[in-house]
Design a protein around this ligand. Structure first.
Ligand code: ATP
Length: 427
């Protein structure tokens, strides 16, 4: 992927209202971002497609939405307080800090201090009195919220193994070297599943989830040649993992993680069981025994996926007199699915647009776009990835028909207003 795509996509994301620098009126906060109207729609669509894809499976995946601030005991038991660290080095002259494995190539090793471990969890205090018992942490992953609710879900949903629990939400890591736009930020969103199964079936479900998750990224429209699976070697494995494979995406600067799929064995449930004293075993009615299930974890990044989607679906096309830029979102994913454009600002035409919008907006994501010439409005809709535009012209007032323009082919067809809902329902 050419490097300049990065700059172009970041520029459009900011100028068209997908992503803004956080606190921009104060000069911005480094590596913190706000999602604008189109970014929120896109992020919500990705999250919705994640939930619906796991809803369609033959196995049950139960949703939870767990607290960002949990008891500190959770992070003690999970190993995060002791182990969730990155090696950090300082530049001896400039004082700049880097993650030891992410030092820019032009910096010499002898200019750096020895690496020391830095815990990535953000610490804060709960309640009015600040003392050693009031320390709490912003969660660095959504996964632990699932483990500590394992028994709650098992009991209330009468869940039978194999089953999963899914959680989407914000996570926080005090990354030493954030960067590359929203690829690595200190505040980001994750989409995680913990899938509980019998130990004898760990490998089967591990392979199943890799294939399932790869397919999900393909269905978002990310091309096959931009995706690959990379298996971790033993030295890379996190403290809880028996086996891990990353689904990687080819970013403009090279391959990088999109999602990690880990076999966590029964590490977490055992750890919480020992630490809390609660019985977190599963009762198997078939042979009347209790055991601690194994866990396969597909852990993806929602905001990182949004960036991968923008990078892969950005296209430029040379037309006769100009170049048009397009996000080729499919109909399900597009922030705006249908643009409704009056040919001119004449009130009769705008009234028809309002009527059409009134019918379509409960079923589809629509937008009436009035400002500028029709050609410029088509370009803007292309640039924000709107798959269809409806144009209302003066003939519409007589023939009760409108023109539908297809973003990708730019072909136009005339269709009766009364047939519009069915037309879009059948896409
Ligand atoms: P990396 O090696 O890039 O730091 P990780 O292996 O620590 O990532 P996991 O703990 O496996 O990441 O988290 C699961 C997913 O959460 C990642 O695949 C990624 O999509 C997302 N993620 C993790 N850290 C960040 C971050 N700082 N900013 C944005 N997304 C992140």
């Amino acid at each position: 992927m050419p490097e300049e795509i990065f700059d172009k996509v970041v520029k459009i994301a900011q100028s068209r209202g997908f992503v803004f620098n956080a606190s921009s009126i104060y000069g911005g906060l480094r590596s913190s971002y706000d999602y604008g109207p189109l970014g929120v729609l896109l992020k919500n669509n990705i999250a919705r497609l994640w939930w619906s894809s796991i809803n369609d499976l033959d196995v049950s995946i139960y949703p939870v939405d767990t607290a960002i601030i949990q008891s500190s005991e959770v992070w003690k038991a999970s190993g995060h307080l002791a182990e969730f660290t990155d090696p950090m080095v300082d530049h001896k002259q400039t004082g700049e800090r880097f993650r030891a494995d992410q030092v820019p190539e032009d910096i010499k090793k002898e200019d750096l201090t020895e690496p020391r471990q830095f815990n990535l969890m953000f610490e804060t205090n709960i309640g009015p009195v600040k003392n050693e018992n009031s320390a709490v942490y912003l969660r660095p992953e959504t996964a632990q919220g699932i483990f500590v609710n394992f028994e709650n879900v098992l009991r209330t949903m009468r869940a039978k193994i194999p089953f999963g629990i899914g959680n989407i939400g914000k996570s926080f890591r005090n990354e030493i070297t954030p960067g590359q736009f929203i690829f690595r930020t200190r505040e980001f969103e994750q989409m995680e599943i913990e899938f509980f199964c019998d130990e004898t079936e760990e490998d089967k479900w591990f392979d199943y989830w890799i294939e399932n998750r790869l397919n999900w990224y393909r269905n978002l429209g990310i091309p096959e040649n931009k995706l690959r699976v990379r298996n971790h070697d033993k030295s890379e494995l996190a403290h809880y993992a028996k086996k891990t494979s990353d689904i990687e995406f080819e970013y403009p600067w090279g391959w990088g993680e999109l999602e990690g799929i880990a076999n966590r064995g029964n590490f977490d449930l055992n750890a919480h069981q020992e630490s809390s004293g609660k019985d977190l075993r599963y009762f198997d009615p078939n042979n009347e025994t209790k055991f601690t299930p194994s866990v396969i974890e597909p852990a993806g990044g929602l905001t990182r996926t949004l960036f991968a989607v923008l990078l892969s679906l950005y296209k430029e096309e040379d037309l006769e007199k100009e170049t048009r830029t397009i996000f080729k979102f499919n109909f399900d994913l597009a922030p705006i699915q249908i643009g409704i454009l009056p040919l001119s600002k004449k009130e009769e035409l705008i009234t028809v647009c309002d009527d059409i919008n009134g019918t379509l907006r409960s079923m589809f994501r629509t937008e009436i776009d009035i400002t500028q010439s029709i050609g410029k409005r088509y370009r803007r809709q292309d640039e924000i990835g709107t798959p269809y535009c409806i144009t209302v012209d003066f003939d519409t007032l007589d023939d009760k028909s409108v023109t539908i323009r297809n973003r990708d082919t730019m072909e136009q067809e005339r269709i009766k207003i009364e047939d519009l809902s069915d037309y879009f329902k059948n896409i």
